[in-house]
Design a protein around this ligand. Structure first.
Ligand SMILES: Cc1cc2nc3c(=O)[nH]c(=O)nc-3n(C[C@H](O)[C@H](O)[C@H](O)COP(=O)(O)OP(=O)(O)OC[C@H]3O[C@@H](n4cnc5c(N)ncnc54)[C@H](O)[C@@H]3O)c2cc1C
Length: 407
């Protein structure tokens, strides 16, 4: 990968580099079982979190995770590792769009997620409970952050509203107009979290097993791939953006959107928190190895950043570099070591969607995490496990497909 960067041909190559991955997976040799109690299709954060909770609820369940490539191959292994609270938008905008009660419930759901993650073995996935900082890139955003701070405080959430000077002091910047420091949440290594959950679940992980067909059979479900078939009592499809590739009729609930990132060489310590700015269109954090990870700029290239193509583009990467130079001049111009892309799944109303595949009664799917899956992750796996086991989750109505009256 480094040779590709050095050759100058960097943008013509698909440059997926799993910033967070180890070289080898301990599961590569798993053989697909002929049958199981629950088959989970898609080995990202949602699939592995579901397996984790299923096995916690009933350790004798026979669970198989079927993954087309390898665990965390999708967005879950390529993301920025922000563990944020709330949804895709600031709290004031969420209240405007969906009402106070629903915004509060969604906030609490993600707060519970952060707490559940903190209860895991934090060192297994480099968890830093640093909180997060939302920084305002313009005056309108500064106003929304001020309203958000007031609303969140009224709702009992521990946040700190920062003026421009304080925001810039904390970020060693001079570009921001205000900030909102959210004390819960933080940052983590997402691929390590995926593998940790899979290992804890003791599910059989079958990699290189792309599912090509799902159909109801007797009281269960049959899954097909070129490598064989598996009969399962229940199936969970945690494919996020890739769901319509398997079940085309569900394309009304999710569409693929590309996100690009880059990582610099290690630089002196400068960021204590993950930082989210320009309504989430830029996100930046410093890893424990002091590399800066930066992503976004999608709003400047909306027409190009759609679909499944795994590639970085020179114009967008140049915009990321410009953001770094303009907003963090203190770090100079560090070498860019990695550039990569990933596919997000956007839903019509930007909230996750959970439903049952039409014609396959013993199925559950989850999709549409709209660039915020880590904020829902472990708590969402609990919700999906409950759905599989026939239990009720108090947050189920927030994400049910029933809310989307699409034709
Ligand atoms: C660059 C980038 C940065 C992001 N940053 C953040 C962030 O900082 N914080 C945050 O909260 N969210 C972030 N997100 C969003 C987050 O990564 C996703 O919401 C989350 O990972 C979705 O998880 P998932 O398990 O549903 O899907 P995925 O991780 O996409 O998993 C789906 C899996 O299914 C597999 N698959 C596909 N087809 C098949 C098939 N036919 N059979 C079997 N397996 C199949 C894929 O290989 C993949 O491993 C980011 C996303 C990207 C791309």
């Amino acid at each position: 990968m480094d040779e590709i960067l050095a050759s100058g041909s960097k943008f013509r190559h698909v440059q997926f580099y799993r910033m967070h991955h180890q070289t080898h997976s301990p599961w590569q040799k798993s053989i697909a079982p002929k049958s199981c109690d629950v088959a989970i299709v898609g080995g990202g954060i949602m699939g592995c979190a579901t397996a984790y909770w299923l096995s916690k609820s009933n350790p004798s369940l026979n669970i198989a995770i079927l993954e087309a490539e390898q665990l965390a191959h999708g967005a879950s292994g390529r993301n920025a590792g922000f563990l944020l609270l709330g949804t895709h938008t600031d709290y004031a905008s969420a209240v405007d769009a969906m009402g106070r009660d629903q915004a509060r419930r969604l906030w609490e759901f993600t707060a519970e997620n952060a707490r559940l993650i903190a209860e895991l073995d934090q060192s297994a996935f480099d968890l830093q409970l640093s909180g997060s900082l939302i920084a305002a890139g313009d005056g309108a955003e500064a106003e929304r952050l001020e309203s958000s701070a007031e609303l969140l405080t009224e709702d009992g959430v521990d946040v700190e509203h920062l003026n421009g000077a304080e925001t810039n002091r904390r970020l060693m910047s001079n570009a921001y107009l205000a900030g909102l420091y959210v004390k819960e949440g933080g940052m983590l290594n997402p691929a390590k979290l995926v593998r940790h959950l899979a290992a804890q679940s003791q599910a059989t992980v079958v990699e290189k097993w792309p599912v090509e067909g799902v159909e109801s059979e007797g009281t269960g479900v049959r899954l097909y791939s070129k490598r064989g078939a598996i009969k399962a009592a229940k199936v969970v499809l945690t494919l996020n953006a890739y769901l319509p590739k398997l079940i085309p009729t569900l394309n009304q609930f999710v569409r693929p959107v590309r996100a690009q990132m880059m990582a610099t060489e290690p630089v002196p310590h400068m960021l204590d928190h993950p930082v989210y700015s320009h309504a989430g269109f830029f996100y930046i954090r410093q890893r424990v190895d002091r590399r800066i990870m930066l992503g976004g700029a999608r709003h400047l290239h909306l027409d190009e950043e759609v679909g499944y193509e795994d590639a970085t583009t020179e114009p967008l990467q140049a915009d990321l570099e410009a953001y770094l130079a303009n907003h963090f001049p203190r770090i100079g111009t560090p070498a860019i070591e990695r550039r990569w892309s990933g596919t997000m799944g956007f839903s019509p109303d930007s909230l996750p969607v959970v439903g049952c595949v039409p014609g396959v009664p013993n199925s559950t799917y989850a999709t549409g995490f709209t660039g915020h899956g880590m904020g829902f992750s472990v708590r969402f796996g609990k919700l999906l496990a409950r759905a599989v086991l026939g239990g009720k989750d108090e947050a189920g109505d927030l994400f049910s497909v029933d809310r989307l009256q699409l034709s």
